[in-house]
Design a protein around this ligand. Structure first.
Ligand SMILES: [Zn+2]
Ligand SMILES: [Zn+2]
Length: 244
């Protein structure tokens, strides 16, 4: 699905998103969704006018299983390098457990919808990465789009947003979401399965002054109301929920 010039998304219903970024005919994939998305990669490349040979890199926003779905297969079968922030490398390799505990607040219908969707798309078989490269906070990655890394710990220790300034795009991973897979709530909010919500909200300070026309989360629709406004709404809803 085309999101904007040079940006496509795999994940038609926006429940779980992976993105393709095109710069001068070369492609970076951002996040790997669920493993069943593997078969959608080439179709989406074709829709962009690109081929599998144009893919240069897969960059992960963090190490959660619903973001590394096809990563190991892409790496091992096509030799595409995969990278993640150094603080999430062990999670992506399956060496440490998910730092998030439990489901938090849930509504049964949306949660079952998410689990069913995940299962249908190979979510019960998400191979961990055998090898993953790492990057640090502030790095500008030498891949198409030259994403700049902004570390936003809280959701996971190594959650990172990726700013592709040339396309006016900020890929936030699960630093925040615009759809909560566990409750069905829409709009900017702390993402479900966040290990440390207070830290995640604090980390938004690192994003709020970035100007981006397209704010692209791991779960939910693109946000076009500006990063600053998204952060304001998240802070407001967090302070209300802590008053309750
Ligand atoms: Zn996550
Ligand atoms: Zn996620």
């Amino acid at each position: 699905m085309r999101i904007a010039p040079g940006i496509h998304r795999i994940g038609d219903n926006s429940m779980i998103n992976a993105y393709l970024v095109d710069e001068a005919g070369e492609v970076t994939i951002i996040d790997a969704g669920v493993s069943g998305y593997y078969r959608d990669i080439d179709r989406e490349l074709a829709a962009m006018g690109r081929t599998p040979a144009d893919v240069r890199a897969l960059v992960l926003t963090h190490g959660h299983s619903d973001h590394i779905g096809f990563a190991e297969r892409l790496r091992s079968e096509r030799g595409i390098p995969v990278s993640v922030h150094e603080a999430d490398a062990a999670l992506a390799r399956g060496e440490v457990p998910n730092p998030a505990k439990g489901f938090g607040h849930v509504k049964l219908g949306p949660l079952l919808g998410f689990l069913w969707f995940t299962m249908l798309h190979g979510g019960l078989r998400m191979p961990k990465l055998q090898q993953v490269e790492t990057f640090g906070d502030g790095a500008t990655l030498d891949v198409p789009g030259s994403p700049q890394v902004i570390l936003t710990p809280g959701h996971t220790p190594g959650s990172a947003a990726l700013h592709v300034a040339s396309l006016g795009a900020l890929f936030v991973g699960d630093a925040f979401a615009t759809y909560a897979v566990t409750t069905g709530a829409r709009g900017p909010q702390v993402a479900p399965f966040t290990a440390d919500a207070a830290q995640a909200v604090n980390s938004l300070t690192r994003l709020e002054n970035i100007s981006a026309d397209h704010v692209l989360p791991g779960h939910g629709d693109p946000w076009t109301g500006g990063v600053h406004e998204a952060v304001r709404q998240i802070r407001e809803s967090q302070s209300k929920s802590s008053e309750r």
